[in-house]
Design a protein around this ligand. Structure first.
Ligand code: DGL
Length: 284
């Protein structure tokens, strides 16, 4: 890659604000890198949409980011990673594309002793079983159960990540898991959706101390660091990295909801509003 590529930002894409949990981990690991984040809030949620729609939306978002100039794409959305990663890799080549499913699977396999995993995800991610395939690639004897928990997405968006409603939803989805016989109980629970780290406490309280919660944000950041080093794409200058936030709908809502995900307050003035219509960006 030419030197100019090193100075380009890392592109991060999610269906909305959820990927800011991944962006947070990236900023911790790579404080010098410039980051360009696109949240496709106009078409959120992806997690209940068909494979065709998710692939089309993800292709438009990736095309928009490529046109702005990025050296690597992080697909921070679990649903887009599960349903569209191969197509995005083909579309963006030679720009490398990293999703969140493989890093999450790696982390879970490394932490598990029982070889039994529970994946908590959106309806579309769970139906596609991408986590099951990624875990089986690393541990063919593992037992993997994928559970759609779409209500958690709405709770996180509403700011109801803690408290009685989150506790009731966690109990409804997961209450029977700790009651299973020990030989049938998973020993990891993978947070296979960008929104679920916000409900971590409610989920962990129901699952109990014997089930380790796995969050793919930090392992995804590790994968990005490794790929940049492998390709010689680290930014050369040591100036603190910039952060550009872009949304396809309501900057005000993006700022209100997104601040909780990033763990840092920002306002609507910090958000660029864009349209990613395919005719304008030359996507497929
Ligand atoms: N970003 C999505 C995911 O990680 C959750 C929100 C949505 O359904 O779009 O699966």
């Amino acid at each position: 890659m030419v030197a100019a590529a090193q100075e380009q930002p890392i592109g991060i894409f999610d269906s909305g604000v959820g990927g800011l949990t991944v962006l947070h981990a990236l900023r911790d690991r790579l404080p010098d890198e410039d980051l360009l984040y696109l949240g496709d809030t106009a078409r959120l949620p992806y997690g209940t949409k068909s494979e065709e729609s998710v692939q089309r939306y993800a292709s438009h978002a990736a095309g928009w980011l490529r046109q702005r100039g990025i050296k690597l794409l992080v697909v921070a959305c679990n649903t887009a990673s599960a349903l569209a990663l191969d197509a995005l890799r083909a579309q963006l080549a030679p720009v490398p594309v990293i999703g969140v499913v493989e890093p999450g699977a790696q982390a879970a396999v490394a932490l598990s002793h029982a070889h039994r995993h529970l994946v908590l995800a959106t309806e579309s991610t769970a139906a596609r079983r991408a986590y099951t395939r990624a875990i089986h690639a690393l541990d063919p004897v593992a037992k993997v159960e994928e559970l759609g928990c779409s209500v958690f997405v709405a709770l996180a968006e509403e700011g109801w990540s803690n408290g009685p409603v989150a506790a009731a939803a966690a109990a409804a989805y997961l209450g029977s898991v700790p009651e299973r016989p020990a030989a049938e109980r998973p020993d990891t629970a993978i947070l296979g959706c960008t929104h679920f780290p916000l409900l971590r406490e409610a989920i962990a309280t129901v699952l109990g101390p014997d089930i380790t919660i796995v969050d793919s944000a930090s392992t995804t950041a590790d994968a990005v660091v490794a790929r940049l080093d492998e390709l010689g794409l680290r930014k050369a200058s040591a100036a603190t990295g910039s952060l550009q936030l872009v949304a396809t709908d309501s900057p005000a809502r993006f700022a209100t909801v997104g601040s909780a995900f990033l763990g840092e307050r920002f306002t609507a003035d910090d958000i660029e509003l864009t349209d990613i219509h395919p005719l304008e960006i030359g996507a497929r």
